[in-house]
Design a protein around this ligand. Structure first.
Ligand SMILES: [Zn+2]
Length: 308
């Protein structure tokens, strides 16, 4: 199923009527309709779909089309790439190169080529362009706080949102915590900010062991690499489960934390850092990071999307 078809299936095709006075037009082209005030409508075109054969997430050709004039008139199309709108064209394709890494927006519109009757804009399509996208959790600055609930935690430029959910339990939230203020603290004590989980209602972050979930907007393309740095107790396994856009688990990466940096003032066993890495073989919609009931925090969540 193409991207355009998926969106159409979900949202349907919006049709907005636009009034047009055709008094100045030849009656012939309207097959003998009486001269007067007629209504022409132009349907919303297809949501722009990138041509996947040429790696749409770097630079590519975007296709729309599928728009209809209620009077059968010829149509023109234009695209909006991050607010930069192209010229009207009979061509329903447009190429575009993204100048910066991260998340971008594409939409399209059509019009009657004869009467300037506009269709509505399509819904936005989100594109995650090539580059090295890092979420280091150093914003917002916590200031005098040692921890703060930020649930969910979003990095719009990197197209990723972090949250937590526990099926049948649902007591967790995510938030920011200073390295010196979490049970997963790794020496040396510092004010570096991490993403941790806590028990909902307590405001506490970095002291509970809920799974952390990362959702990608729109999705991670094949060939892209995810890298997650986790702090957890020594010798514990950390698991990364990868899900497709259909929410099917498609891969599991498990890594043992090994022996590492030691505690920085908290009770219990020494802590360490472990980096989990996964290279996508198909579209990835979300991942879950699981410390196996041991408290953990994450830092430096990286996405590398290669040039084709
Ligand atoms: Zn027209």
């Amino acid at each position: 199923m193409t991207l355009a078809k998926k969106y159409k299936a979900r949202f349907g095709v919006a049709i907005v009527a636009m009034l047009l006075t055709l008094a100045g037009c030849s009656g012939d082209e309207d097959n003998g309709n009486p001269v007067g005030t007629l209504t022409e409508t132009v349907t919303t075109p297809n949501i722009p779909a990138a041509d996947r054969r040429i790696h749409p997430l770097t630079e590519g050709v975007y296709a729309t089309g599928g728009s209809v004039s209620s009077m059968g008139h010829p149509l023109e199309y234009r695209f909006d790439f991050d607010g930069s709108v192209t010229q009207w064209s009979q061509d329903s394709l447009a190429s575009h190169t993204w100048g910066t890494a991260g998340r971008h927006i594409v939409r399209a519109q059509s019009r009657c080529a004869l009467h300037d009757v506009l269709s509505p804009w399509t819904l936005n399509v989100l594109i995650l362009a090539h580059g090295h996208l890092v979420t280091d959790f150093e914003t917002p600055v916590l200031g005098p706080d040692t921890a703060r609930v930020v649930n969910p935690y979003s990095n719009d430029e990197a197209g990723v949102t972090f949250s937590t959910d526990e099926p049948g339990f649902n007591l967790g939230h995510v938030g920011l915590v200073l390295n010196r203020s979490t049970t997963a603290c790794v020496a040396p004590k510092s004010d570096n900010q991490k993403l941790g989980t806590g028990r909902r209602g307590t405001g506490q972050v970095g002291w509970d062991a809920f799974e952390i979930r990362a959702d990608f907007l729109p999705y991670i393309p094949p060939g892209a690499t995810l890298r997650v740095q986790v702090q957890i107790r020594q010798l514990k396994d950390v698991k990364l489960t990868v899900f497709s856009p259909q929410h099917r688990a498609i891969a599991v990466v498990t890594k043992n934390a090994g022996v590492g940096a030691g505690t920085c003032g908290y009770f219990g066993e020494p802590r360490t850092r472990v980096t989990l890495e996964y290279t996508a073989s198909q579209d990835v919609k979300l991942i879950r990071i699981d410390g196996g009931s041991f408290d953990f925090v994450i830092d430096n969540f990286e996405i590398d999307i290669p040039q084709r």
